[in-house]
Structure formats: structure tokens, C-alpha cells
Design a protein around this ligand. Sequence first.
Ligand code: ZN
Length: 134
Amino acid sequence: MMDWLQRFMYGRHGVDQLNLVMMLAAIFLTIVENFVRGPVFFLLFALAVLLFVLVVFRMFSRNEEKRRRENQKFLTIVQPVTRWGSTMRSRWRDRKVCRYFRCPHCKATLRVPRGKGKIQIKCPVCKTEFIRKT
Ligand SMILES: [Zn+2]
């Protein structure tokens, strides 16, 4: 039954991170559209349609090489955001056992075990020493 679909998608690009994000953005815009009027509405509407068209175009594209490069470029651009997100996640996970300090000299973020009282911390980056309560 799904044979024709498999045959149809064969050699086509399909879904990648860029498509997924554009799709979510388009859905988000479609929701926001309901709360605005006038030129803003048409702007968002046009943007959402454009995104949907791009998603469909990239999904069914047979130019795998080019689509892969687009996705790679996209991932490189959003890397600071995803890295910040994973840092925040691990901070939240370790919040009971670790404290985070910022080096007063080079601003590097340092991770220190919690509950050790007042300790001297040495920055591994610039070797500056400072005292903090953990
Ligand atoms: Zn430092």
C-alpha cells in the first residue's frame, strides 16, 4: 500500500532539520495570523506560504547534494543557539550538585561542586584565583 509512496520518495531529499524548523515556523505564523489584521496579516500569510512552499520544494527535491549543503549551513548558523541550549540544560540538571561562576578576569564560566563552603577557585583558562562561597 505504501509502495507508491516509497517509490515516489526514492532519491528525494525528505525531511531534515532545516525543513522541520521552517515547517514549525510556518505553523507558528499561521497561528499568529489569527491575532493580527491588515498589512501585518498579509505579510505573515505570505511568509507562511513561502515557508510551506520551500519545505515542500526541499522535501521532494532530487538535488540531494545541494539540499544537504543548505541544511549543513543552517546547522552552522544555529549552532550558537543549540550550544547555549544544551549548556542551559546541563546547568539545570546539575543545579543541586554544582555551582557556576564567571571568572572575574576572562569571563569564562567555571563549574564548581556545591556545598564546599568558601573555597579558592582557580580559573583553568587564565589561571586567575578568586574566592567564592559554594
Ligand atoms: Zn579566567
